[in-house]
Design a protein around this ligand. Structure first.
Ligand code: FAD
Length: 414
């Protein structure tokens, strides 16, 4: 049977990619049965506000949800919440559910996301040690975030630093402990790392880089301190771990679907089984503008792959792939990132970090491959387009703030 005649489509995972996939399937004319299986108890919701406005209490819970319950009913989409998919039988084409039921499928979309990397530290299971991935995580953490209390954050990635900004704004005493020599080391350049370190310190956050934790101490089961490798004791009323994520690929791997740091997919989000697709944080995909494959952990990626999977199942033309992009909000700083900077050989700063409005461009062989734009939407928007066209740009042109960014982009495109 061709997938275009599919009568049963099952989506495992009820997050960003799943929400997009079901919307695109219905919008694309699919009228057969459509079921989402999600192990959380909430309807699909957006995660970015969890470490930003929602954590601060400045974002109503209803706004987190992509669609209300009535929409799924109208669209005849069955949403099985609090239900875990535990196995895939690819011969019978069915998904086994945790409570014992089976769901047959003609096409299956795995949108299982990722989970926090567990803290490999003695004491990690004490009360008051938190992860930040789900709405339930924030519901546990937020009531303990009271002004004057001491929060230790382990890991200075985007989530750790966003949480540090929120906690500081709520009046907590915050210490961020990072093993790498600088904050955001995995994702950006030293220029941006230094800028954010300085900003957090200015706001009163203690940032310790190149620092290892040997254990977490507790009393009566509650965390009381982080003990550093050199023996220093940092008192803590709560600890937040933000040391990265692991893709939820086990369901696919155990079913014999090819995985390698993510479920391997082609440009159509199709796995090594032609009836099974994977989208979002769990998938390792071709990065068409960068000539390699990899896993992306972003809203844009989850949306794009949800659309790609739906189009492929419906036999519709592949939607054009956009340049990867991401954002992070800390204090009054909006960081917008386009492209992937990891392989750059040159960076160019446009504007002055002191003004809190600047951009860092990343070039490889004189070709623009990424930008980090702080409070600078024009630099972000123009770069997104230029990266996709493989534009070659001279550093002196990019750093010349007397020429508006849109003019630089127009000249490069001409
Ligand atoms: P998810 O949204 O994680 O959904 C996967 C769902 O599948 C989960 O509910 C999971 O529990 C469920 N699941 C897994 N296995 C099973 C199973 N076997 N059976 C049933 N259900 C299962 N991105 C940005 O671009 N910008 C940001 O500013 C940003 N901020 C973020 C802040 C936080 C705190 C977090 C946690 C993430 C942030 N992200 C941000 C990343 C972004 O939210 C993710 O990339 C996106 O949610 C990925 O969508 P997904 O559908 O792949 O996975």
């Amino acid at each position: 049977m061709s997938l275009q005649d599919a009568k049963d489509i099952v989506v495992v995972g009820a997050g960003q990619a799943a929400a997009q996939a079901v919307q695109s399937l219905r919008a694309g004319g699919y009228t057969g049965s459509l079921t989402i299986v999600g192990d959380e108890s909430a309807l699909p919701y957006q995660r970015p506000p969890l470490s930003k406005a929602y954590m601060k209490g400045k974002f109503a819970e209803e706004r987190l949800y992509f669609k209300p319950a009535a929409w799924y009913e109208d669209q005849k989409i069955e949403v099985l919440l609090g239900t875990r998919a535990v196995a895939i039988d690819r011969t019978k084409r069915s998904v086994e559910l945790g409570h014992g039921g089976q769901l047959p499928y003609d096409a299956l979309i795995l949108a299982t996301g990722s989970r926090p990397r567990p803290l490999p530290t003695p004491g990690a299971n004490l009360n008051g040690v938190h992860d930040l991935r789900t709405l339930a995580d924030v519901e546990r953490l937020r009531p303990t975030m009271v002004a004057g209390r001491r929060m230790v954050i382990i890991g200075a990635g985007y989530i750790g630093l966003e949480a540090a900004a929120v906690a500081r704004q709520m009046g907590l005493e915050v210490t961020v402990i990072e093993m790498a020599p600088r904050v955001l080391a995995r994702v950006t350049s030293p220029v941006i790392s230094e800028f954010y370190t300085a900003e957090h310190r200015r706001q009163g956050v203690t940032i310790l880089t190149g620092t290892l934790i040997s254990k977490l101490d507790g009393e009566a089961g509650d965390v009381t301190a982080a003990i550093l490798a050199d023996g220093t004791r940092i008192p803590a009323d709560m600890v937040l771990a933000g040391i990265g994520i692991l893709p939820n690929e086990e369901l696919a791997r155990e079913a014999g679907i090819a995985c390698s740091n993510g479920i391997l997919v082609d440009r159509d989000a199709r796995t090594s089984d032609p009836g099974v697709f994977a989208a979002g944080d769990c998938a390792s995909r071709p990065l068409v503008h960068f000539g390699r494959s990899g896993r992306l952990e972003s809203v844009h990626n989850a949306i794009e792959q949800g659309k790609l999977a739906a189009a492929a199942i419906l036999g519709q033309p592949r939607p054009a792939e956009d340049c990867p992009w991401f954002w992070s909000d800390q204090y009054d700083l909006k960081l917008q990132i386009a492209g992937l900077s990891q392989d750059h050989d040159t960076h160019v700063i446009r504007g002055d970090p002191e003004t809190r409005k600047f951009a860092v461009f990343y070039l490889r062989n004189e070709t623009l491959i990424a930008v980090d734009a702080v409070n600078s939407p024009p630099e972000f928007l123009a770069s997104k387009k230029l990266i996709m066209t493989g534009a070659k740009l001279a550093p002196r042109v990019l750093s010349d703030t007397s020429t508006p960014m849109k003019d630089i982009a127009a000249q490069a495109a001409a």
